[in-house]
Design a binder for this molecule. Structure first.
Ligand code: FAD
Length: 305
């Protein structure tokens, strides 16, 4: 089928029908804005007076909507809507052994408080990642879970880990102008892994986060000794961040009172905010990182015993 093209006074709208057409267009127009659900770009155009002369709309390309069940997790095309992703994850939770679905359950918990149904029905998972907002509700849990992203340009693809190297600045990522996000791989959790995600916003329903968090701990099998810990926060810096110092301090420690004390003093130091940081509520945000960790600590403790 032929790609659609609409030309207006300010914008040309290109709707490629195949991945190959999309990649070629992005190569020809690296400055083109990719639009899927339009729930970020639409706000920029309407309220921030942004002008995008070329828009590329890949929402109907098969590869970008594919859901592939792999040996170690599920791969979602970047244009999968949040509602669709939620349905697939819910089904996986019903059919897989519980220890494999800790990450999925945490994502479902975030989706529950993510915007409203209308937005979730059109907003894509790739749109949330690529917006690289520091208060994204999904990026912290995707980061803590160790998700992998496949990026592609007309010459080939590369896979990058969704860690703190992926976000390079306020609303910036390592993705090059000619590249697109093809898919995201969300892993199954391991037998000794526990994952939680949290969102604190002024209002429960349909509100912007103050602080969001994704936390994952993996224990040495048969013990309560921390083998791997990832604590990811949104709303504490210009990008989604990992509390790496705290995580490495807690490695090899037993999940108990002493670890909790150490975690709180270390997080207070590491998740610092300048009094003039954008967004305000500095003391409250700093306190939230500790109280969300405390919640995580208790939930894991309950599951361990
Ligand atoms: P679009 O607006 O289509 O695109 C967003 C950005 O991603 C653009 O820069 C685009 O170029 C880029 N992009 C998209 N796909 C690709 C791709 N495949 N390759 C390269 N670049 C790509 N966000 C939250 O985190 N939590 C909320 O609770 C929340 N609530 C909201 C409520 C409302 C009322 C609105 C309007 C927005 C809300 N958002 C929220 C923000 C937004 O809905 C999400 O970020 C959503 O996931 C964006 O997806 P989209 O498909 O609409 O993105």
């Amino acid at each position: 089928s032929l790609p659609l093209c609409f030309r207006g006074e300010r914008t040309t709208w290109l709707q490629p029908t195949t991945l190959d057409q999309f990649l070629r267009r992005k190569w020809e127009h690296p400055e083109a804005r990719v639009v899927v659900g339009n729930t970020e770009v639409g706000i920029e155009v309407k309220f921030k007076n942004m002008v995008y002369p070329v828009i590329l709309a890949p929402a109907f390309i098969q590869e970008l909507n594919a859901v592939t069940h792999k040996e170690d997790g599920i791969m979602f095309g970047a244009a999968c809507t949040l509602s669709h992703m939620g349905e697939v994850l819910r089904q996986a939770v019903e059919t897989l052994p519980p220890h494999q679905t800790e990450v999925f359950l945490s994502i479902l918990e975030q989706l529950r408080w993510f915007a409203g149904q209308q937005i979730r029905n059109v907003a894509a998972v790739g749109g949330n990642i690529m917006t690289a907002s520091p208060i994204s509700d999904l990026n912290p849990v995707l980061m803590a879970a160790g998700c992998k992203l496949t990026l592609m340009d007309k010459d080939g693809s590369r896979v990058v880990q969704m860690d703190d190297g992926f976000f390079t600045g306020y609303r910036k990522t390592v993705v090059r102008p000619q590249e697109i996000l093809l898919s995201i791989h969300i892993p199954y959790s391991k037998k000794t892994q526990f994952v939680c995600a949290f969102k604190q916003s002024p209002r429960r329903e349909d509100d912007i986060s103050i602080v969001t968090a994704g936390m994952s701990v993996t224990f040495t099998p048969g013990t309560d000794v921390v083998d791997d810990l990832k604590l990811s926060f949104g709303g504490m810096a210009p990008t989604t961040v990992l509390a790496k110092k705290t995580a490495s301090r807690l490695q090899g420690r037993k999940w108990g009172e002493e670890l909790l004390q150490e975690a709180c003093s270390s997080l207070a130091e590491e998740m610092n905010l300048d009094p003039s940081a954008p967004g305000g509520m500095v003391t409250y945000r700093r306190t939230l990182t500790l109280s969300l960790f405390y919640k995580f600590y208790l939930r894991v403790l309950q599951k361990l015993h």
